[in-house]
Design a protein around this ligand. Sequence first.
Ligand code: NAI
Length: 453
Amino acid sequence: MHELIILGGGPAGYLAAERAGAAGLATALIEKNKIGGVCLNEGCIPSKTLLNSAKIYEHAKHGQVYGVHAEKVTLDQPAVIQRKNKVVKKLVAGITATLKAGKVNIINGTGTILERADGVVRVAVGDQVVEGRRLLIATGSEALVPPIPGVKEGLLDGTVLTNREILDLQEIPQNLVVIGGGVIGLEMAGYFQTCGSQVTVIEMLDHIAGNADREISTALQQAFTIQGIRFHLNSQVTRVADGKVYFKNSNGEQAVAADRVLLSVGRRPVTRDIVLENIGVDVVRGRIVTDRQGLTNVPDVYAAGDVNGAWMLAHAAYREAEVVINTILGKKDIMRYQAMPSVIYTNPEMAFVGETEETCHEKQLNYRKVVLPMTFSGRYMAENDGGNGLIKLLVDNDRERILGCHLLGGYASEIILAAGFMVETEMKISDIKEFIFPHPTVGEIIREAIFHT
Ligand code: NAI
């Protein structure tokens, strides 16, 4: 008998298993595919590995500005993919070793929930029945496939790709069309444009990058446009056929050539195979409903990660998993989302935390803002010739605290952590002014912005 059964070995599932194992709970982790889930195998880590190669390629090609000349610079896509596979393999091996050290019972296969009776949950994996006192559902999410004519056929013949297939692409397409200008679409658009594709992004809304602050996402779109990426906003894809993507907008129907198409229109929780009905777990619009401890409507049954549809981010999953394990261990813990950082690993990087100017308006918050070019940072100037990075800080006038911080520029993904602490701990502006920031760093831009508020 296990103390805990975990369904799904992605960031929520493996971290929960690691924490549970370390605390001495007899834990079973059921994974149908690879430990590490989408994040490690076909998401966060592979994409960052590719993007790093693109960054090096870009630096090598345009080093003259910095006095560095390189000739005959090429990008070897199969070598990039090979290195990516090596990185993923190492990380997966590391996690597996940690799980084994915690005596986690790793079971390979698809788990199907059978019943919960007399305080025991039973899950079938093939012929085996796994028993446990508690269940954590961490089955993640999968790419949404909209009913656009030609998309299903394209997925079958390999011309239409999701995040899974594009991260294994062995060649750089001449023309890549990206359907959906969200996080995945933008990261991959940046990669392939840098590597030589002509990339076109077709987005249904009037802006890219989803809920990001509009001023910053517009600046990212401008930077991408300068790099050569073409955007069609307010555009509806009507079909994919004959090596083209057809779409319509206020100018009527148009078509753009595509030897490959990336489908990145969002993701949906995976609950299909696990038969939640057998124990009556509440699901609303495909998402498992939980409270802020991750508990579902069924006693001793928890959910964490993308499957709850709250924030489809690996770092949200990590923290949700920890809250679940702490709760099981009887430690007081609760999930807070107000300081959830978001990062888009484009070049320039975009990162943000807290309120956007749009949500400040919606919530009728009394705020002031400061927008500064990153060139206020000496380190940024030293490293980014002609860079057009930005910081935007939103400050609560009533409470003198940071409401939101939005960054565009190199290292944004790392710097945002500092802003996240400030938002989470509700530090006063006057206290932040007393912080010593290392000099010269791009992170000093936060200090600059604070003194401009
Ligand atoms: P997304 O929700 O970020 O973006 C989807 C975009 O597609 C939206 O802008 C939407 O308006 C647009 N769209 C929807 N239907 C469309 C249609 N028929 N035609 C044109 N545009 C359409 O979803 P995405 O990029 O697929 O990413 C999925 C999830 O993965 C996100 O929740 C994201 O948080 C996560 N992710 C996070 C990363 C990170 O943190 N750096 C990296 C990659 C993914």
